[in-house]
Design a protein around this ligand. Structure first.
Ligand code: SAM
Length: 227
């Protein structure tokens, strides 16, 4: 595969099952000069699994503001780089947007490869309409949370949210309160992993389920739009 100079490749990586990476992604990761990783230790497992020994560098939410200009400069000098996150597609509830924007503003080439992301399989297997949907990522933890929930309660498209295990019950309870306990929803957890599971029911039923079965793993919450 021909890697272009002065180009940043945005490369999705598996969300659990290491086999979920494309041939093209592996070629890019092998052939670029540098891989920017959210956490180099996490990515090392994937890279070792595929015998990729490309040099890596950290690029995460705590250093992205101060490193972005230097990276753009290196790219302008002709370097090729790939950007990966710990799991899934960079820039989707992960660092990446700032660098992509800065590269485009500098006239550099950005090539985003298709590949794993958690919200698409969760949306499709929810069984809710997929022709139009809103991806909300993580809800704000404090400031703005209530008003976001109130807006989402009126949303007629399918709503997709990311959530962590220690907040999922609270989020379900708050959604049930604002959207009504009978609103149909679906939760997919541990997608592509050994204990992958999708539980469907009303918001109230899901709250009861995850209160009785303390949640583990990573979650995508999909809520049917308002009738
Ligand atoms: N960039 C990633 C993507 O493209 O999906 C998302 C990264 S975000 C920091 C992590 C969140 O994604 C988790 O809290 C969870 O909501 C969701 N997620 C990631 N992997 C998942 C999996 N295997 N099963 C279910 N949800 C997952």
């Amino acid at each position: 595969m021909q890697i272009e100079p002065s180009t940043i490749y945005v490369v999705p990586t598996p969300i659990g099952n290491l086999a979920d990476i494309t041939h093209r992604s592996l070629s890019v990761l092998s052939e670029v000069e540098l891989i920017l990783c959210e956490d180099t230790r996490v990515s090392r497992k994937l890279l070792n699994h595929y015998d990729i020994d490309t040099p890596t560098k950290s690029y995460h939410m705590h250093n992205e503001h101060r490193t972005v200009d230097g990276l753009v400069e290196q790219l302008q000098q002709g370097m090729s780089m790939a950007l990966i996150s710990d799991a899934g597609t960079p820039a989707i509830s992960d660092p990446g947007f700032l660098l992509v924007r800065a590269c485009l503003q500098a006239g550099l080439r950005v090539i985003t490869l298709p590949g794993p992301t958690a919200f698409i399989p969760a949306l499709v297997q929810s069984g809710f309409p997929t022709d139009r949907f809103v991806f909300e990522g993580f809800l704000p933890h404090k400031k703005g949370r209530k008003s976001r929930l109130s807006q989402l309660a009126e949303e007629t498209k399918t709503v997709v949210l990311y959530e962590s295990p220690h907040r999922i019950v609270k989020t379900l309870a708050q959604c049930a309160e604002v959207m009504g306990p009978d609103r149909p929803a679906s939760i997919s957890r541990e997608l592509t992993k050994a204990f992958e599971e999708t539980v469907r029911g009303t918001l109230q039923e899901l709250e009861a389920h995850f209160t009785a079965h303390p949640p583990k793993g990573e979650f995508v919450l999909v809520i049917q739009g308002k009738d």
